[in-house]
Design a protein. Structure first.
Length: 163
């Protein structure tokens, strides 16, 4: 299925997952950024940038993270969570959104009494691998290959989140 029908089905499934997650331990977190019209700054007149900053700027979702109990057969879902997605709009990277989303995710998982977290990353996504490794994650040796018209290798990373 493609086109408008696929988009409508995807949006419906997305809304359902947000409104009624599979379990109370599944969560979706979003990163929001206020978008200021910086083109207007030179012509602001009295008050300048301070006056513009005092107005309410529109907000835009620029990233998301989702997590839930791990579903891998070798993981205990009562103590191991899975970071299902961690995405930041490419136009808004390197502003701390990914780090804040990851930290907030870990805070929720600790609160939910998970002790470790796994995630799957495309083996050639060097930026994501480096980001997670810099945050204390490491490959655990598990891998899988997806058929996406060609074989695409993924590696599993894990981190311990016990306080």
């Amino acid at each position: 299925m493609t086109g408008a029908a696929a988009e409508e089905m995807w949006q419906s499934q997305w809304e359902e997952a947000v409104i009624a997650p599979p379990t109370p331990r599944h969560r979706l977190l979003v990163a929001i950024e206020r978008i200021l019209d910086t083109d207007a700054f030179p012509a602001l007149g009295p008050g300048g940038i301070a006056a513009a900053a005092a107005t309410v700027a529109p907000e835009r979702i620029v990233g998301l993270a989702s997590h839930g109990p791990a579903e891998d057969p070798d993981a205990d879902p009562t103590v191991t969570a899975e970071l299902l997605s961690l995405l930041v709009d490419p136009d808004h990277i390197r502003r701390g959104h990914g780090s804040r989303l990851l930290n907030a995710t870990i805070d929720h998982l600790v609160e939910d009494q998970f002790s470790s977290v796994i995630t799957w990353v495309f083996a050639d996504n060097h930026a994501m691998l480096a980001f997670l490794e810099s945050a204390g994650w490491g490959e655990d040796g598990a891998e899988r290959v997806l058929d996406m018209g060609r074989p695409v290798r993924m590696v599993r990373l894990v981190t311990d989140i016990r306080p």
